[in-house]
Ligand binder design. Structure first.
Ligand SMILES: [Zn+2]
Length: 284
């Protein structure tokens, strides 16, 4: 019998987007060891430029993470675009998501995170239907394979990208097996707001309302500082160099009692992940 990879965590875990900078090497195995040595809890494997992990490595990664008690997720490639005008590219994008989910299963990652695509010439309602159709195909294949990995669609930071909070939550409500990856710096950059305790709290309440209270006990969040302009996100920043009110954000997470994983995507990765974790545990 396959061991379950999606066992829900009962607390909030903090970790890095990819291998910490202070690791001895840039391999996923070294990254997991470093995350553990730092006292962090989780790591997102960044396959953002392509999925290159073979089955043997995946098994070694799974064993290492299990022995050190590190929770894993996997980020699918950035070049995925389920809305491409080119049908071949759309089908290839579906394949990349499937490959990412299969790799995630092999290495024991509980979730695979992906960016759905760019609206291009599609009005948002058409984009929504197109993406829903593509995800339905992907989810039915994963179901037939008995793949227990959660497929997580990310909220996106550029206005040209599909993935407002509403779009993401509506899709997750409609499609069984689809879950959200809520990126708070993307929401902040896209909307130019959502940067206070009240607003963070509102996002969490909406998540609970649309997807049920259990969704708040298995969150997957991305966080970082962010520079943004009229079109949304420009680039990620270290938290202290940004205007993101991370103290109020942590307060909102604490008060809402969320459990799950927080992945830090600041350029300084582990430094901000550790800062957030200690801030979280310093609050009562
Ligand atoms: Zn992402």
């Amino acid at each position: 019998m396959e061991r379950p990879v999606t066992s829900p965590v009962k607390r909030l875990l903090f970790g890095t987007a990819g291998v910490p900078h202070t690791s001895e090497g840039d391999s996923t195995l070294k990254g997991i060891e470093r995350v553990s040595a730092l006292g962090l809890d989780c790591m997102e494997i960044e396959h953002v430029r392509g999925i290159r992990m073979g089955a043997d490595t995946a098994r070694a990664v799974r064993d290492k993470a299990e022995s050190l008690g590190i929770t894993l997720s996997l980020h699918a490639p950035y070049y995925i675009n389920l809305l491409s005008a080119d049908r071949g590219k759309r089908l290839a994008s579906e394949k990349y998501i499937l490959t990412a989910a299969r790799t995630a299963r092999l290495c024991g990652a509980h979730s695979v995170v992906f960016h759905a695509g760019y609206y291009g010439a599609h009005p948002p309602e058409v984009a929504y239907e197109e993406i829903k159709k593509a995800l339905k195909n992907i989810l039915s294949v994963l179901k037939s394979e008995g793949n227990p990995v959660a497929l997580r669609i990310e909220t996106m930071g550029k206005r040209s990208q599909f993935g407002t909070l509403e779009e993401v939550l509506f899709l997750c409500r409609e499609l069984e097996g689809l879950a959200p990856c809520v990126d708070f710096c993307h929401i902040h950059a896209r909307e130019g707001r959502v940067n206070s305790f009240q607003e963070f709290d509102r996002v969490l309440r909406k998540l609970g309302r649309k997807l049920g209270p259990r969704a708040l006990k298995s969150v997957h969040f991305h966080v970082a500082g962010v520079e943004y302009g009229r079109k949304g996100e420009i680039k990620h920043l270290d938290l202290r160099e940004s205007n993101f009110r991370y103290d109020e954000w942590i307060e909102a997470l604490k008060q809402a009692g969320v459990a799950g994983t927080v992945i830090c995507e600041s350029p300084n990765l582990e430094a901000d992940a550790l800062m957030l974790k200690s801030l979280y545990h310093s609050k009562r």
